[in-house]
Write a new protein. Sequence first.
Length: 173
Amino acid sequence: MPPSFVAYIDESGDEGFHFEKGSFWWFVLSTVVTPKDADLETVKLIDSVRKSLERNDLEPLHFRKLKHEQRLPFIYHIAQANLKTITVFIHKPSIMNVEVFQQRFRLYFYAARLLLERLSWYCRDHKTVHTSGDGSVEIVFSNKGGMKYDELRAYLNVLKTQSQINPYKYQVD
């Protein structure tokens, strides 16, 4: 049986801790979740926004780079869509064990774990008798420069194993 939901995941900010050299104070990982049977509508929504902003399909659509008058129709289209968002914000100056998170992609992986926990809870709680599919979610990660997705898969497999050992520490449903 196919999944019930589709989630598109992307990050904002950076993983650096050199604030005096321009590192962002916040690292953000966010997902847009849509019912699988409404996924085509979501893709068409983005196409519609691109067309109204006169952007080509290959050009990334970054909200922060849009002018105010371009943001308004973008927000309007998104507000009308059949989707939800889940976001994890990490305030990097508040992290006590900085050295742990300076390891390759460790902050990204940690944020991904937190986001996937919340995403799994959303899917669990919103699967109804009227929802098509098996209650699972198809996850689409944006391209992250320099990261091999096998590394992320390996990390997620470690979490899966650890959640079987200690289900209260890692709670991906």
